[in-house]
Design a protein around this ligand. Sequence first.
Ligand code: NAP
Length: 309
Amino acid sequence: MLALTTRADPPHVELTEVPEPQPAPDEALVSVRAVSLNRGEVKRLPTDPPATVTGWDVSGTVERPAEDGSGPPRGARVVGLVQLGAWAQRVAVPTRTLAALPDETTDAQAATLPVAGLTALYAIELGPPSLLGCKALVTGASGGVERFAVELAKRAGAHVTAVSRNPGRANGLRELGADAIVHDLEPEGERFDLVIEGVGGASLSAAIRRVAPNGTVVSFARSDEQEVTFPTSALFRDAPGATVRGLYVFPELQRRAGGGADLARLANLVASDELHPRIDLETSWREPRDAIEALLDRRIAGKAVLRVD
Ligand SMILES: NC(=O)c1ccc[n+]([C@@H]2O[C@H](COP(=O)([O-])OP(=O)(O)OC[C@H]3O[C@@H](n4cnc5c(N)ncnc54)[C@H](OP(=O)(O)O)[C@@H]3O)[C@@H](O)[C@H]2O)c1
């Protein structure tokens, strides 16, 4: 079968012939229709061992159901998540990270959901038990994860402030539910019950200074790799009881027995027009260069999707 495998030269992937995947008993063989690009996997392409079949997010059709009888049947349209191997014509997906798709959710929409949608969902679930009437702040809000976070936080009843440094890329955030959009996060100002911090570095430093007493900062990004500094009084004196929590989606999925049910929740929200993946660029996997470069250069506002055609 064909797959996008890593290589040293830009765009750091090429379409090559690779062996078929060999599913374990609890894995379904999925014929891939679309994949989405995530900053993390794209950033590490140059340092991955050459000839690796990479990729996390996948949508497609079940070609062979799992031997142990778990998961959707043959022919079902599905969305799933793997730690390696999604950028291929076929991939073995553990059924605990696989969900059947409603007819209304397209393959491209579904492919945006696994890493980005689940990270946003879990960031919100690490916050207060109810967001109704709470103040939420989302940094890096033009990004793939953060657009989902804006919309999910608004749906949960929060007043949402979005930080996006580039007015052009902030396009569409109001429609997703952002009540306020700011281009820079000042270290002083209104405080937030939940901060979904999607940038790292100076943005996380500023965010910690803006958390409310008993509030939560969820940190999951290092797009900005600078070290984080803040006066300790920003927490113990100005926000007693506040916590800073780290979120890494893969161990979080293990803790939650796979995340398949959560993927189904997200896919159903898309189907009922309550969650709106923003696909800024969709192209064939035969021409991945533009999508990869655009993501790394921060020219994508939302998600980039490759059709596996
Ligand atoms: N821990 C986890 O499990 C997990 C899971 C998913 C993603 N992530 C990480 O979370 C971050 C967001 O993911 P994503 O898919 O939403 O990425 P993305 O689509 O590239 O969005 C990141 C956003 O951050 C903003 N940003 C601000 N300062 C930046 C900087 N110095 N470098 C790069 N971007 C900067 C950019 O918006 P403006 O330039 O418009 O302000 C950009 O839209 C990434 O770092 C990703 O690797 C972590």
